[in-house]
Design a protein around this ligand. Structure first.
Ligand SMILES: Cc1cc2nc3c(=O)[nH]c(=O)nc-3n(C[C@H](O)[C@H](O)[C@H](O)COP(=O)(O)O)c2cc1C
Length: 186
């Protein structure tokens, strides 16, 4: 089984990317975890460009999602919503609507912010957009508030036990959704 991880932050030291790495630690060893690194290269969405041969960065993103059994997103909150770069990437992924590579794909959303609330509004918006695209959004929220205090500075480990438990539950729900879908006849 392959889980693709997409961070909504482009920063090298992103707490959201650290959160995805923390999730990787909680996966069973047989699960292949891939952190997608190409969101920054995705150009602004242009419907005209989408009618032509799409940019390589877009084709690569669509195919990485197509090859994954599940996708785990971690999003920061920018001005009470999803970062523009992540929304832009999702707009590219969403086309063509009927056959986009996120359609029926099990996905989960977690998030971290430097403020108290752990990007809960951005997570809610991201879940809404993912559902509109046709993804199977699993239950579970992990809201890492005050992110600079939550990760070990050297190892990047998520130190808060209760947040680790919530992250484990979310990851387990994501894998369970993949397994449940595998049992559904095509
Ligand atoms: C443009 C911008 C807008 C922000 N807006 C919010 C916000 O609405 N709510 C919030 O909790 N944090 C907000 N923040 C702070 C982010 O939570 C913080 O920068 C966080 O570390 C970003 O995640 P990252 O570490 O994964 O890059 C904002 C940061 C930026 C740069």
């Amino acid at each position: 089984m392959k889980v693709l991880a997409i961070s909504g932050s482009l920063r090298p030291d992103s707490y959201n990317t650290k959160l995805l790495r923390a999730a990787e630690e909680l996966l069973p060893p047989e699960v292949d975890f891939v952190l997608y690194q190409g969101v920054k290269a995705v150009p602004p969405y242009d419907e005209e460009d989408d009618l032509q041969v799409v940019p390589m960065s877009v084709a690569a993103l669509r195919s990485a999602i197509g090859e994954a059994d599940a996708v785990l997103f971690a999003t920061p909150e920018y001005n009470a919503s999803i970062p523009g770069s992540l929304k832009n990437a999702l707009d590219w992924i969403s086309r063509p609507l009927a056959t986009n590579t996120l359609r029926n794909k099990p996905v989960a959303v977690v998030g971290a912010s430097t403020g108290a609330f752990g990007a809960v509004w951005a997570q809610a918006d991201l879940r809404k957009v993912l559902a509109a695209i046709g993804a199977r959004v699993v239950e579970g929220e992990v809201a890492v508030g005050h992110a600079p205090t939550r990760f070990d500075e050297t190892t990047g480990r998520l130190e808060d036990e209760s947040l680790r438990e919530q992250l484990q539950e979310t990851v387990d729900a994501l894998l369970a959704e993949v397994e449940a879908r595998a049992l559904v006849p095509a």
